[in-house]
Every structure is written in structure tokens, then in C-alpha cells.
Design a protein around this ligand. Structure first.
Ligand SMILES: Cc1ncc(COP(=O)(O)O)c(C=O)c1O
Length: 394
């Protein structure tokens, strides 16, 4: 198995909190490795010592590394990358930049992230466009057949979440990409949960735009994110606002947007976070994204297997190729109470609420459920300890 190539002891030594707790909340925010925290703190201390603007000038090459690191991670040109404060901001900006006219349709999926879906509803209201939701098939994947049937010349965009935050499903992003290309429709992929856990290549996926967060499987700092915009798509998009980073004021009455993805950036941003996120992307690439992907899948399937054997526990995802996100319920137990109980035993998990997953959970008949999301630095022994603690509560 390729995951044998990983030196888990060293990786855990890079992750000091591993000694004090079991962190199964990586889909919320993963623990940062030491080199990422070091990069963050070093820049903040530099700002403290010499001043914010002066520290910015002194760290230009570390800032520039951010674009190269993401180019390497996603298989694209650094000019196709922009830094963002979070994934929602990136996704919303791109949505607003797509030329949409009255009567256009946007296609999305049943497992769309709540903020994305609310932004679509907002757009439908303010710009008179229509949003259509493609249901999942019996495997929990977006139904490609229904997607094909829905496409006509009014469809301007397919907006899909690759790995939903509320289940372990991995949607067939590359198959959707083939369909989008064939019909020449914009394709925006939310890779918030997949980046850092799945080996992504934007050409293989065939997306025009992709967005993600720093704090999740990438193990970057909170308050960081990014977007990818394909070079050939950039000219079709009109950023909703201009500032001194995204554009230059050429003459008194005119300005010009940059000719790369940074036309979506803000001048003022979290410089320390951007530097540290670049370090996080390099850290993942140096470990090997294929190795990371294998190890996460191995741990998640081990966890699912053990949970399935426990009387009184129901695991909610089926299928072969699942992500590091494991959702489950304990018979007759409130999900929040289970979460709180685990916290008291130094185990971090989270609760996925029906309220913020109405499309998906209504179809699947699910109430609030528990979520344990594993990362490559988790250990097999932690899975045993987790199951032991949980079974004492059943
Ligand atoms: C699938 C998915 N998309 C988008 C987001 C939003 O990311 P951010 O909080 O960085 O805006 C999340 C956050 O949990 C997510 O899980």
C-alpha cells in the first residue's frame, strides 16, 4: 500500500496537539503542521518588529511562493491563482463575475454547501435567473444522466461541490467537467473539502474555476483561501469590484484590471496567512498528494468498518470510493450530546445540522448527525480509542 511510505511518527511530531487530543475534525479545521505555524508566527513577529508594510516588502518572495505552490498543487499556471480570505468569498466573487442575463439557468447539486446555495438563491432573486438542483443517484453521486438531460442553451453555469461537508461522498468532478466542456458551459467547482485530501489536477477535472479554503485538509491557517481561474476563462469574467491590487488606474476616467487571476484579489489582505498557506500547499506536495489520498482513505474506511460493527451505531455513507469524512448516528442519542461527550474525552468531532443541509438531508431522511473526519496524521490507535470511548456511551 502506498500509504506505507508515510512517516506518521514524524508527521505527528510536526503536529504537537496530537499528544493531547484526538483530532477528528479535519473537515472543520485541521491541525497545522509546525512549518506552517512557524511561517505564520515568523511573519507576524516581523510585522511587530519592523512594521506591517516593511515586513510585506521584506517577504515578497515568500508571498510570491503562494502562487507557485498552488500552481504545483493543482497543476496550473501560478497566474491562474488568486489569494482569498476564505472559500465562500472566492466562490461568491466568481459567481458575480459570470455574465448572466435574465432567463439564464444555473445547475447545481443536491449536496451543495449551504452558503453557496443561499448565494445562488440570492442571485436568482436579484438577477432573474433560475437555479436547478440535480438529485443524487442511488450511490449518492450527482446523477450524470439527469444532468445531461437538463442541459440546453439557457444553462450558463454548472456549480458543484466536489466533496460535500456533510457526507463522505466524492462527486464525479471530472465526468461533470467532460459534460460542461462538451456543452461549452462554465464550470465552477467547490474543492473546499477535496483540496489537500484528494490529488487534484484542474486539467483532468476540466473546470474553469475552482475554490477552496486553507484551514481544512490543506492544514493552513484560519481566515485563508484561494481561487483558481483558467486563463482562457478570465477574459469572460468581470470582477464585481476594482481596487489597487486587482486593477490599475490608468487615466483620470479609466482603469484596467490585471491580466491574471489576481484581478479578484484585494490590496489589503492577511499577508502572514498567505505566506503560511503557500507553505501548507508545499508541505502537501512534498509529502505527495497521492500518498495523502491513500492514507486518508485507508483510515476512513477503517473507521467506518469499526463503527459499522458497533451495535447502536449507524454509518450514513455507502460505496467504495469515499472521502475522509465519516458521518454516523448513535441510536436514540442526540448528535450534540454525543459530540459534547467526545469533547469531554479530548476527542474533536463535529455535528452536521439538518438545517444547513436541507436539500440533501430531507432527501435522505436524516436529522442532525455526527461527523468524524480523519487526516493522514491520525493514527490507527486513535480510531481504536475513539471507538472505545464512543461505545461506553451507547
Ligand atoms: C464544501 C464546502 N464549501 C465551502 C465551505 C466554506 O468555506 P469557508 O468557510 O472557507 O468560506 C465549506 C466550509 O465548511 C465547505 O465544507
Amino acid at each position: 500500500m502506498r500509504s506505507q511510505a508515510m512517516n506518521t511518527d514524524l508527521l505527528r511530531a510536526h503536529t504537537p496537539a496530537c499528544h493531547d487530543l484526538i483530532h477528528f475534525n479535519n473537515a472543520g479545521a485541521a491541525l497545522s503542521p509546525q512549518p506552517v505555524s512557524d511561517a505564520l508566527f515568523e511573519h507576524l513577529l516581523l510585522e511587530q518588529r519592523v512594521g506591517g508594510y516593511e515586513a510585506g516588502e521584506a517577504s515578497l518572495s515568500a508571498q510570491d511562493n503562494f502562487y507557485h505552490a498552488f500552481g504545483r498543487l493543482l497543476g496550473c499556471n501560478p497566474r491562474e491563482i488568486a489569494y482569498m480570505e476564505n472559500a465562500t468569498r472566492a466562490w461568491t466573487l466568481l459567481l458575480q463575475a459570470i455574465p448572466l442575463v435574465h432567463g439564464d439557468r444555473i445547475i447545481t447539486g443536491q449536496s451543495e454547501y449551504a452558503s453557496n446555495y443561499m448565494t445562488l438563491l440570492h442571485l436568482a432573486k436579484t438577477r432573474n435567473i433560475r437555479v436547478e438542483v440535480i438529485p443524487n443517484d442511488s450511490n449518492g453521486h450527482i446523477c450524470l444522466q439527469t444532468l445531461q438531460q437538463k442541459l440546453d442553451e439557457d444553462v450558463r453555469l454548472i456549480a458543484l461541490t466536489h466533496v460535500p461537508s456533510q457526507s463522505g461522498v466524492i462527486h464525479p468532478a471530472a465526468e461533470v467537467g467532460k459534460i460542461a466542456r462538451k456543452h461549452r458551459i462554465f464550470y465552477l467547482l467547490d474543492a473546499c473539502q477535496s483540496v489537500g485530501q484528494i490529488d487534484l489536477n484542474v486539467d483532468d477535472i476540466g473546470c474553469d474555476m475552482l475554490t477552496g479554503s486553507g484551514r481544512k485538509y490543506l492544514r493552513g491557517p484560519r481566515g485563508t483561501g484561494f481561487m483558481y481561474v483558467r486563463q482562457s476563462t478570465q477574459d469572460y469574467l468581470e470582477p464585481p469590484s476594482a481596487d489597487l491590487q486587482s486593477a490599475s488606474w490608468t487615466r483620470k476616467d479609466s482603469f484596467k484590471f490585471r491580466d491574471d487571476a489576481r484581478r479578484f484579489e484585494n490590496w489589503e489582505h492577511y499577508v502572514a496567512g498567505k505566506i503560511a498557506l503557500g507553505v501548507a500547499a508545499d508541505y502537501a506536495c512534498d509529502l505527495g498528494m497521492n500518498i495523502i489520498e491513500d492514507r486518508i482513505r485507508l483510515l476512513a474506511s477503517l473507521l467506518r468498518e469499526k463503527l459499522r460493527q458497533m451495535p447502536g451505531v449507524e454509518v450514513h455513507e455507502q460505496g467504495e470510493k469515499l472521502s475522509g469524512i465519516v458521518t454516523f448516528s448513535c441510536d436514540g442519542k442526540d448528535a450534540s450530546a454525543v459530540h459534547q461527550y467526545l469533547r469531554e474525552h479530548h476527542i474533536n468531532t463535529s455535528v452536521v445540522r439538518h438545517q444547513v443541509n436541507q436539500l440533501d438531508f430531507s432527501k435522505r431522511g436524516l436529522p442532525d448527525v455526527n461527523r468524524a473526519s480523519v487526516h493522514y496524521y491520525n493514527a490507527e490507535q486513535e480510531i481504536d480509542a475513539f471507538c472505545r470511548v464512543l461505545s461506553a456511551r451507547l
